[in-house]
Design a protein around this ligand. Structure first.
Ligand code: SAH
Length: 463
């Protein structure tokens, strides 16, 4: 399998500086199951091409297979197409051979890094599940002109149809470092058969390499899912980081005085939400976006609540909740009342069914406005608890905070903040659409003109 990158911007041999690879020399890097060779088939001032050739050892490949035990059908190991096609080995080779360039570093000619160049990439042979259409959907939104030549399954029997293998040419005026990260992420996405075992660090790698383009790519969910090969917990975690940014606690630096005010406000908010859950008479409650488990702690202290579940998208928050609630040290009788699960409010989740009440405290403002509809479906359409308690900041109050001038959000990760009117309009619409009634309540000390710092809606199922 072969990848070539051609630059035609005069002097084209600048490519050698950008890649930190001298056009006059052949170089090799070692991979877990073979080698990659880097050389320049042509290097003139008008046109310069670098080639990355993978030389995979099929026996070493099988020996080094670190997949989950029993996951591979034994025969497949010997007849698979890994050595012959550009799979995620190409990604690994790219990152090994061109890591400095991928990170946007050019020692000798730093000014070249930010310069878009007329580049042409050829990949032979690229497996593309989803065919040419999917290939285009991945590269065209990034600005590439895509040319794909497909291969029949068997030339003697054209009626067998097309294989999933293509020779692909991509053309674009783009920075080299961007082109490399696009290839790094999207080649394994097309292949969807990553050869190495996927762990937590894969998510980080994807987010780092996808920075600046994956977030706005129309296929970002498919890319993430396929890149991570449908490992649901990891996929959700990566989606959430793409969509929600970092969790609340690690955001902006805030002066002590405001921090103290916020903390006492947050406590009030939690207590009011707690009261609403209590008066609803609920026995089974779920805290959606439970964070570090502050509300869970209040709930756990009250025996009215027989089953308590905390859900959050962030593994780190859940770990802190586990720690704060001392879950590992609770006596059996207490411990059996409470559980923590990782999940995203963007996806329908059977584990959320059957609860009397749900709390969603200071969470919705972390969701992208255009994903709120998904949240509404998940909570009000599918989970359908008898009571739903939602709190969110009141943007009108922001002028009361010294550091915040009107028009600035309270928190760097908030995607929106609503006025009281906006929150009620949304709440009324959601209630009417799903058979709930709704009541609103200010949270915290009220100012005559701007209201209270936060606001709460209590939804009650009516049908
Ligand atoms: N309810 C908690 C935490 C509020 S901070 C409290 O009041 O203390 C917002 C929380 O929402 C974070 O823990 C964040 O990880 C979580 N969150 C953000 N987007 C989410 C999503 N799509 N699904 C589930 N949780 C999410």
């Amino acid at each position: 399998m072969l990848l070539t990158i051609t630059n035609t911007h005069f002097p084209a041999t600048d490519l050698g500086y950008l890649l930190h690879k001298n056009p006059a020399r052949v170089q090799s890097v070692e991979l877990s199951a073979g080698n990659a060779h880097i050389f320049y088939p042509e290097a003139t001032p008008e046109r310069c091409t670098v080639a990355l050739l993978l030389d995979i050892d099929p026996v070493g490949l099988v020996r080094n297979n670190r997949g989950p035990a029993g996951d591979n059908f034994a025969l497949e190991q010997y007849v698979n197409d890994r050595p012959y096609v550009a799979s995620s080995f190409m990604s690994v080779a790219l990152s090994k051979a061109f890591s400095t360039a991928m990170n946007g570093i050019c020692k000798d000619r730093p000014e070249l890094v930010e310069q878009p160049l007329p580049l042409e990439v050829t990949l032979s042979v690229l497996p593309a599940r989803g065919g040419e259409a999917y290939l285009r959907r991945l590269f065209e939104p990034l600005g590439y002109q895509v040319q794909a030549e497909g291969y029949p399954l068997d030339e003697q029997f054209p009626e067998w149809g097309q294989s999933r293998y293509f020779t692909v040419t991509l053309r674009h005026r783009v920075r080299l470092r961007q082109l490399l990260t696009h290839l790094y992420v999207l080649i394994p996405v097309l292949d969807n058969d990553k050869h190495y075992w996927i762990g937590e660090h894969e998510v980080e790698k994807l987010l780092a390499k996808g920075a600046g383009w994956l977030q706005t790519h129309p296929e970002r969910e498919g890319i993430t899912r396929r890149y991570l090969k449908n490992l649901s917990a990891l996929t959700r975690q990566a989606f959430a980081s793409l969509e929600e940014g970092e969790p609340e606690d690690e955001a902006v630096e805030v002066p002590e005085e405001i921090r103290a005010k916020r903390q006492s406000l947050h406590l009030q908010r939690l207590e009011t939400a707690f009261e609403a859950l209590k008066t609803s008479g609920a026995k089974r409650v779920v805290d959606l976006g439970c964070g570090e488990g502050k509300l869970l702690r209040l709930l756990l202290r009250d025996r009215q609540f027989e089953t308590i579940l905390g859900m959050d998208v962030s593994a780190r928050s859940l770990e802190m909740a586990r720690e704060n609630l001392k879950l590992d040290r609770l006596p059996e009788r207490e411990g059996s009342r409470i559980g923590l699960i990782q999940g995203s409010l963007m996806y329908r989740d059977k584990r959320l069914a059957g609860f009397d009440a749900a709390a969603v405290v200071e969470v919705i403002e972390h969701l992208e406005p255009d994903r709120l509809a998904a949240f509404e479906k998940v909570v009000f359409g599918h989970a359908r608890p008898g009571t739903v308690v939602i709190t969110t900041p009141n943007v009108e109050y922001n002028q009361q905070y010294e550091r915040l001038t009107a028009g600035t959000f309270r928190h760097s990760d908030h995607r929106f903040e609503w006025t009281r009117a906006e929150f009620s309009a949304w709440g009324e619409k959601v209630a009417a659409g799903h058979g709930y009634s709704v009541q609103f309540q200010p949270l915290g000390p009220e100012e005559p003109a701007v209201g209270a710092p936060s606001q709460m809606a209590v939804f009650t199922l009516t049908r």
